[in-house]
Design a binder for this molecule. Structure first.
Ligand code: BES
Ligand code: MN
Ligand code: MN
Length: 462
């Protein structure tokens, strides 16, 4: 592609300022207090897509937050790339742990980002990465180098499960017809180690409630004589892993894909330092399922984690009380072939079965999705690999990620096309955590790499 780095360099301040404007809007999909901001963000995305050269840009209403759709069809005989991203963000709390307010973006240097990184909620997940595609589109249209058709579909409910997008995709298969789906909502191994994400884990998210006595009780008068829901809940949760950190739910591992020795050896080649990993998290040891390495534990193996637990008295000082109820939110990350609805049922059945007499248990499924794996011999993967080679000077490493984007497997099912996950974030960018950031190097490099994908994908499709 002609002049891509020159173009990015010429416009880099504007590219950054536009992203800053987007990051200032608190588009927190989980919190209804931010409803107007989420809707406003969709409007801004619409305007930016129009400015970048998309036609027929529209705000598609759903039962939840809108989907922004835009396209540029230059020739029906050419391939079509469908870009997906999300404009919603995670809640920023706890606010006290942020070094600067989450919706007042600032540029700061870090050890890993000596040229600067932009700090704000959504900087990496996914406003920054989504916006790289808008700017790549601008470059291709403004310099007359768009080699194929493009469709954009940017949603506002990824962080809350994409249920309305699923409906939209099922109802709009013709409109969304494409030859490949392109997403930047994952990470890369390191700034000098480009990688392409070839797998995502599935997810089953549940909330559990344990109820004991019909009211909160004096812990002296009743303590020892009735089941304490918090004691029981923590005991039940502890029993979900055995001494080898295997999950004890019967049937949980039945469909888990077992990787061959060769595949595991291939995975182990990716550069990784356990010492640096521990140091970056200030831990003296890693922890996980026996028989697997850290990178296996967080990608090819399923897991179960408590995400939140509450009940009883948590205010200042002490209150002697046995709570009537205890609660927890639990997520299970799943691997290919495990069906999330089946796993949810297995969890429910097991969790109810281990409840002792004296309490009742209620398991409420939240949301979930299937895992995803993509082959590395597809045209899409090859095009992405060549694009990275041109912009980084290195062939990218295929890598399975531990995160989830549940809608990706639905895309494959409904639209019959493969997804290419070109992520430019780093694990240390603190997505979902306080002080989320995105390196300026990564942002600009992403903008430079994306048009090359279009070019090679079009060439290889011939
Ligand atoms: N972009 C992330 C997923 C991700 C991040 C995948 C890094 C791979 C590497 C996405 O926004 C996300 O947070 N997904 C949720 C699931 C969703 C249903 C809430 C997740 O993985 O927890
Ligand atoms: Mn995301
Ligand atoms: Mn996320």
């Amino acid at each position: 592609m002609k002049n891509i780095s020159i173009y990015v360099n010429q416009h880099k301040d504007r590219f950054l300022n536009e992203l800053i404007e987007l990051l200032k809007i608190p588009s927190i999909s989980a919190d209804s207090a931010y409803k107007d901001d989420v809707i406003k963000t969709a409007q801004v995305v619409k305007t930016r897509l129009e400015e970048a050269g998309c036609d027929h840009v529209e705000i598609c209403e759903t039962d939840g937050y809108p989907i922004v759709y835009g396209e540029k069809i230059i020739d029906n005989n050419l391939p079509t790339v469908l870009v997906y991203g999300h404009y919603d963000v995670q809640p920023p709390d706890p606010l006290i742990l942020w070094n600067s307010p989450p919706f007042e973006p600032v540029i700061k240097k870090t050890d890993l980002h000596p040229e600067g990184a932009i700090f704000a909620r959504g900087a990496c997940d996914d406003k920054g990465q989504m916006y790289m595609h808008v700017k790549a589109m601008e470059f291709m249209t403004k310099t007359n180098q768009l080699p194929c058709n493009v469709k954009f579909m940017i949603e506002g409910e990824e962080e809350v499960g994409s249920s309305n997008l699923a409906v939209y995709v099922k109802e709009n298969q013709k409109k969304l017809k494409n030859d490949v789906i392109l997403i930047s909502d994952t990470g890369m191994i390191a700034k000098d180690v480009p990688s392409i994400t070839t797998g995502l884990r599935g997810l089953s998210y549940v909330e559990v409630e344990v109820t004991g006595p019909n009211r909160d009780l004096h812990s002296g008068l009743y303590g020892g004589a009735v089941a304490n829901p918090i004691n029981i809940l923590t005991k039940m949760i502890a029993s979900l892993h055995n001494e080898n950190n295997h999950i004890t739910i019967p049937g949980f591992y039945d469909k888990v894909e077992n990787l061959s020795k060769e595949e595991r050896a291939e995975m182990a080649k990716a550069p990784f330092s356990l010492e640096a990993y521990k140091k970056s998290l200030d831990i003296d040891a890693v922890y996980g399922e026996a028989g697997y390495t850290t990178n296996e534990r967080n990608s090819i193996r399923p897991t179960l984690d408590v995400n939140g637990i509450w009940g009883g008295y948590t205010g200042e000082g002490a209150k002697t009380v046995i709570a009537s109820k205890a609660f927890a939110k639990i997520s299970m990350r799943l691997v290919p072939h495990q069906d999330w609805e089946e796993i949810t049922q297995l969890f429910k059945k097991h969790f109810e079965s281990i409840a002792p007499k004296g309490v009742t248990v209620n398991v409420k499924p939240h949301h979930g999705g299937q895992g995803y794996v993509t082959p590395i011999d597809s045209i899409g993967y090859q095009a992405a690999s060549k694009a990275y080679f041109d912009s980084f000077g290195k062939t990218p490493i295929p890598q399975r990620s531990g995160g989830s984007i549940p809608i990706v497997s639905l895309f494959e099912q409904e639209l019959k096309s493969k997804t290419i996950l070109m992520g430019f974030g780093l694990d240390s960018d603190a997505i979902h955590s306080p002080n989320e950031h995105f390196g300026l190097f990564n942002y600009y490099k992403g903008i430079e790499t994306i048009p090359l994908f279009y070019k090679y994908f079009t060439e290889l499709s011939k």
